[in-house]
Design a protein around this ligand. Structure first.
Ligand SMILES: Nc1ncnc2c1ncn2[C@@H]1O[C@H](COP(=O)(O)OP(=O)(O)OP(=O)(O)O)[C@@H](O)[C@H]1O
Ligand SMILES: [Mg+2]
Length: 330
């Protein structure tokens, strides 16, 4: 099969009632993606972009309002049972909560294998292999409550593989992990893709993580896919973003300060203004940091702003969005 996942104008509108007033949220808005069998596909987007909603529809947890999708060639609306046996799902945000902490790792896996109707003899062999793959063999009899967060993540990853699905939906698997566990989780995900041939649909906020792991990256915002590119194209996009952050104490003339920074020739665009309780952080895209930093600093000084910092900053998702929108309006 050429495609593991295909969506056709997939749309989800939530209806919320706030103080008796109905509000509609287009969480997923006419999404058309095609994920090739065996591909490591990244879905990148800020909070509320619609990533989890899209994954939940593909997992047949919620129904779309409009449009349709195929997972492993099966129709998510007409063949939900076949779809369900085709994928493993992992949701990082639930942390270790979806495991039984008073059971050890192997009993957790046995229980879930039973729920998924995996025959006992096959389950035992698979559990052994999975514990080995995730390097948990030595700790298999230890209670999950005594596991580190990284180890719990491994058990949950193993759980999503018990029925040997060809497709894995990994919704922010590295969220809340320390750097070392995140690196280890990424290594394992890569191995699941290259050694076991799983198709992986991976979501994250972290551009660098997605760029490192994925063969293709879609960027989602406000329910829409706004970019579908290779990591090298994404890297090129990042390469020519030069960003500077200005931090000042809350100023009375803030609007004036923002406007005069925006008027500087070296400043391409004001990306974001974040108001903390005491400080204001203004994010700017500039032609180059070296010339921009002293010019910005002297401008701020001339305006009597209380400057705490003017510094170079790594590109963020917000920078990409601003860059893309700018391109559209040129
Ligand atoms: N069950 C629901 N009922 C109403 N609104 C919802 C529901 N689930 C999600 N939403 C809304 O849909 C939008 C998309 O949410 P979603 O959780 O899919 O985003 P996300 O990209 O996964 O964000 P995050 O990065 O924070 O996980 C948000 O505005 C959210 O508030
Ligand atoms: Mg989410």
């Amino acid at each position: 099969m050429e495609y593991a996942v295909e969506t056709f104008d997939l749309t989800k509108i939530f209806e919320n009632k706030e103080k008796g007033v109905k509000r509609y949220i287009k969480a997923v808005d006419h999404v058309n993606i095609k994920v090739k069998t065996g591909e490591f596909f990244g879905l990148l987007g800020p909070n509320g972009a619609g990533k989890t909603t899209l994954i939940k529809i593909l997992c047949t947890i919620i129904l779309p309002t409009e449009g349709n999708a195929k997972v492993n060639g099966y129709d998510i609306i007409k063949e939900p049972h076949k779809v369900r046996s085709s994928f493993g799902w992992f949701h990082g945000e639930t942390g270790g909560r979806s495991l039984y902490w008073r059971l050890n790792a192997e009993d957790n896996l046995r229980f879930y294998a039973y729920l998924q109707n995996v025959p006992k003899d096959i389950a035992e062999k698979r559990i052994d292999a999975l514990l080995e793959f995730f390097d948990l063999t030595e700790d298999r009899k230890k209670l999950v409550k005594d596991y580190s967060t990284g180890m719990k993540v491994k058990v949950m990853l193993a759980r999503s593989l018990l029925h040997n699905p060809p497709i894995l939906f990994m919704d922010e698997p590295t969220i809340g992990l320390d750097t070392i566990s995140a690196v280890e989780t990424r290594r394992l995900l890569r191995a699941l893709n290259t050694e076991l041939g799983k198709t992986i649909i991976f979501t994250s906020h972290n551009m660098f993580e997605v760029e490192q792991l994925c063969e293709r990256v879609a960027i989602m915002r406000d329910g829409k896919i706004i970019v579908d590119a290779s990591p090298s194209a994404l890297r090129d996009m990042l390469r020519d973003i030069h960003a500077v952050e200005v931090e000042i104490r809350e100023a009375n003339n803030l609007q004036e300060v923002i406007k005069s920074l925006g008027d500087l020739q070296i400043v391409k665009q004001i990306v974001e203004v974040k108001n903390d309780p005491y400080n204001v952080v203004i994010r700017l895209q500039v032609d180059n940091e070296y010339d921009a930093i002293p010019l910005i600093a002297s401008k701020l000084r001339a305006m009597n702003a209380k400057v705490l910092a003017v510094r170079r900053s790594e590109p963020t998702l917000e920078d990409i969005f601003v860059k893309l929108t700018r391109r559209e309006t040129v």
